[in-house]
Write a protein that binds this ligand. Structure first.
Ligand SMILES: [Zn+2]
Ligand SMILES: [Zn+2]
Length: 218
């Protein structure tokens, strides 16, 4: 069973759960909508098809530490399966580590598949289970909710679908810090495309200010 730790201790893992529609430009954790970005931000473009990427999610990292950072994730959805979208370095996706204090809603480009189709609020649920695989298995039993409404986790130990795959930072060559695992979404019509029953994984290197993203599927 999942249980809630006292709020005075940092959680070993924070589960992410669907919490209904979101204001499309809200600051909190959400999927879809309009990304919050710093001044001068260039909307990411796919290295393969050169189309504008799709905004997937933004995750404030307060649950991991009080840094005030936020990870923002984009992926190409213009030619599904043809742009190496799953690869952390091939240019079919982008992740950014941003400072929360400086962010404003982005200007969304008119061209390309830029929008997931809905904006969903993500609820942060502190857990004392370290293993996401274990938490995932007990989610339905402990909450009575649909498994698709469990959207992933912040921190803890990811549940790899294939072999463990932790990117190295392009700045310092050190192994990156695991930030989050993300499930496609609560509704197939507005889910991110992580292949067949896939999961996505986000990483950061805080000293270098970089972030990385990849996904695996069956
Ligand atoms: Zn592309
Ligand atoms: Zn680094």
């Amino acid at each position: 069973m999942l249980s809630v730790r006292p709020r005075t201790l940092p959680p070993v893992m924070t589960l992410l759960a669907y919490a209904g529609p979101s204001d499309p430009s809200a600051l909190g954790a959400r999927t879809g909508g309009v990304p919050l970005v710093p001044a001068g931000f260039d909307w990411p473009v796919c290295a393969h098809c050169h189309g504008n990427m799709q905004f997937i999610a933004q995750l404030p990292l307060d649950a991991l530490d009080p840094s005030g950072d936020l990870v923002s994730i984009f992926m190409c959805a213009n030619d599904p399966g043809l742009c190496d979208e799953w690869d952390p370095i091939a240019g079919g996706n982008r992740a950014f580590l941003l400072r929360k204090g400086e962010l404003l809603p982005a200007t969304v480009p008119a061209e390309g598949e830029t929008d997931l189709g809905s904006s969903s609020r993500v609820e942060l649920l502190p857990s004392d289970v370290t293993s996401y695989a274990e938490a995932y298995d007990t989610w339905t039993d402990s909450t009575g909710r649909d498994q698709n409404e469990l959207l992933g986790c912040l921190g803890g130990e990811p549940a790899w679908i294939q072999d463990e795959e932790i990117p190295s930072c392009t700045g310092c060559a050190q192994q990156m810090e695991f930030i989050a695992q993300l499930e496609p979404g609560h509704d197939d019509r507005t889910a991110a495309n992580y292949g067949d029953a896939g999961s996505a994984y986000a990483f950061a290197c805080r000293p270098c200010g970089g972030a990385s993203f990849l996904w695996q599927c069956h």
